[in-house]
Design a protein. Structure first.
Lengths: 333, 333
DNA sequence: CTGAAAGCGCTTACAG
DNA sequence: CTGAAAGCGCTTACAG
């Protein structure tokens, strides 16, 4: 029913090898023959079978993206960047969200037989299995955390410098000294580095980060909401809150409003990521732009390079970070 | 190097047929033999090649998701739902964003040879090619718009009733009469049906929707911002704005604030979708919950059913819609 | 420039 | 319960 390479070959009166050459832009084919074949293929709605092609070539032209929580502004922007370069290289993107470690493990086991490479952005997964992938020489990237004992290279957004500049702005421009930090998951590199940048800026200003001013928010709105509540109930509440990502900043703003704090008059709130809605919040959120699209694009570039040149040493691609001053910090913009 | 079914068969001293049966949970295999094979496979890190399997079975166990703008809160939630059921059925999800018609067309051409079904949620694409897919009997779903002359079935969120209840709330509970509508793209079913629901509620209250009170916003924040600006500059600005989705409502709120309107005292703003951030906005956004996760899950269910039972008549799965009263409409919550 | 043929790694009807 | 063998639809080294 469905036309195959044999159907087309028969109709064109050539061998299947010639049809294959026509479709693969081989130089060793008569242009006229090629044209005739393509015409017949078009008429029959023929498209080469990806499975057969993959089997013959031992490649899937497919990359897997494994995310912890697929449903975030960060993810949707990242995937858009990833897709933009994957498309050009004729690669497909397989998307998986692994909510917890129970999902991640079988997934990782399956993926090598169906993809050419993996971008692993989930914090939950068995390091033992990752080491196994590594020993097998299977190309993959781990994002947002480090795997003990493994150097896989990856994308490195300059979290530390971004956080440093952001907090320095709060201290130098606005004179805030009592500054709280709403943290993400402890094992996430993003969180660790942003905290480090924050600490450094405070340190330089002679401020030490009070332990009661660190609350944990788990990188989502609800977490930010609760963390802010906790901070604002302190006997001596902070004058400014730095939420380790924008989603938590959104939650923190909401909590602050609900508790009667005016932003930024009573309380400044800043975030990190510069998600699309950041500029449309009330007040517009001061944050750090992460070039998320760019991160997705570079991650795929890097992985593709690992696939095509397995012998090359691992690379780390830096990704820029830009302070976005808006009004939630107290600036007039 | 990489173990194949032959490697395992040789080590286990059986034929490849037996190894295949072990992996496919065939009933016609000695449990002891199976256990031995699985153990050897595990030791060798063997996983059956998906390409070879697909070729032999003539199925890819892969579904394609084609979105217009991948980078929206709607999409990320939808895909999460889609993935949840795809995973259970052992299907993979291929994700594509087609920004415009130039992308969509070649994509649609390629997909049938690499997937078992398509969920097409992009407004831009060549209807001729969609008809062709249909004639080929290839399983697919078109979301968010109708294809002239084609009945493909799909997911039907009750946009009209949701919008009706929302606007009825504005009229009945708050007594607003001058209500503006910020529209999405004209050809989108979501937009058309929401407008229809809005009109109906106004009609029943004896209000006719003034033409100058309809502005176009293109379903994103920037569009909502500009549309609201335009509406609020009217000689007689609206008392309430119904933005056809939450992203535009976010933009509209931002514009209103910037122009000095207090929400909801001077201007009520409501949206549609109930994206995750809606409840965390300032003020929290009154909107309509769309069960987006559910939509993604049902879309995949439906497509899978089309694949397994091609002869069944097309189905339309309804998806519920719930009014979410928060504070941006003027309620105290 | 073109073709015959082997091979990619599976599945499964058939025979035993 | 197990095996030998054909077949899935391609690619490509080799020969011409």
């Amino acid at each position: 029913m469905k036309p195959t390479i044999y159907t087309i070959a028969a109709q064109a009166g050539v061998s299947i090898a010639t049809v294959s050459r026509a479709f693969n832009n081989s130089p060793r084919i008569n242009p006229a023959t090629r044209a005739r074949i393509m015409k017949i293929a078009e008429e029959n709605g023929y498209q080469p079978s990806a499975s057969a092609r993959n089997l013959a070539l031992n490649s899937t032209e497919t990359l897997a993206l494994v995310f912890p929580q697929i449903s975030t502004p960060f993810f949707s922007e990242f995937i858009r960047g990833a897709e933009s370069v994957a498309r050009i290289q004729h690669y497909q993107l397989l998307v998986y969200s692994s909510a917890d470690i129970n999902d991640a493990d079988p997934l990782l086991r399956l993926l090598p037989s169906r993809t050419d490479g993996i971008i692993l952005a989930t914090a939950y997964s068995n390091d033992a299995y990752i080491h196994r992938l590594y020993r097998q020489g299977f190309p993959f990237l781990v994002l947002g955390r480090s795997v003990p004992g493994l150097d896989t290279g990856g994308i490195h957004p300059d979290n530390e410098s971004g956080a440093y500049q952001l907090v320095k702005h709060l201290v130098d421009q606005h004179g805030y000294r009592r500054i709280a930090y709403i943290a993400g998951p402890e094992d996430q590199l993003h969180n660790q580095e942003r905290l480090a940048g924050c600490r450094q800026a405070l340190f330089e200003a002679g401020i030490s980060l009070d332990l009661e001013l660190i609350a944990r928010g788990n990188f989502d709105e609800a977490g930010g909401y609760q963390a802010a509540q906790q901070l604002l109930r302190l006997a001596s509440p902070p004058r400014a809150i730095f939420a380790a990502n924008d989603q938590m900043a959104v939650g923190a703003m909401s909590a602050a409003e609900a508790m009667g704090f005016r932003i930024p008059q009573d309380l400044a709130i800043v975030g990190f990521d510069d998600i699309p809605t950041a500029r449309y919040l009330n007040p517009p959120l001061t944050t750090v732009n992460m070039a998320i699209f760019d991160q997705g694009a570079k991650a795929v570039e890097l992985l593709l390079r690992k696939i095509s040149e397995p012998e090359q040493p691992v690379e780390v691609l830096a990704t820029p970070t830009t302070l976005m001053i808006r009004r939630s910090c107290g600036c007039e913009e």
